[in-house]
Design a protein. Structure first.
Length: 144
């Protein structure tokens, strides 16, 4: 039995050694990955030329300024046109009067249509028979 216990102890020891070994491998891989990242960043920083970068930024800002001045000019022209196209008070009063007259006329026509409908309804309610233009049945006494 003591040999079985020794085997288990040896097995546990080896297991711990393997775990430690794999932990060291994992740490080494992580260090390698970080060092590659740092190397890439430092290479990129060395390749950047400050003059080129500043000229690119200046060019970009110039483009933005040109576009902004263009938009401002277009806005000024549009505002001027808008202000010029505004009718004066007398034109607005005249247009308002015409619109009111149209609305009044539409209201009168609508009321007349309703009045005509009411008259027709009253005539129908009276059960009046149409006499004008009514065709009578032919009488047999006329031929005698």
């Amino acid at each position: 039995m003591p040999s079985n216990s020794k085997q288990e102890q040896e097995r546990e020891r080896l297991k711990e050694e393997y775990k430690d070994h794999y932990r060291q491998i994992r740490e080494a891989k992580e260090k390698l990955r970080r060092s590659k990242y740092v190397k890439n960043v430092s290479d990129a920083m060395q390749q950047m030329n400050a003059d080129d970068l500043l000229s690119s930024v200046d060019e970009f800002l110039g483009t933005v300024r040109n576009k902004m001045s263009h938009f401002e000019a277009r806005l000024d022209v549009a505002m001027d046109q808008f202000m010029d196209d505004q009718p004066d008070d007398s034109e607005l009063d005249e247009a308002l009067k015409k619109e009111k007259a149209r609305d009044t006329l539409k209201e009168i026509k609508r009321e007349m249509g309703m009045l005509y409908s009411e008259i027709e309804q009253q005539a129908n309610d009276l059960n009046v028979e149409k006499t004008v233009g009514k065709k009578d049945a032919p009488e047999s006494t006329e031929s005698e």
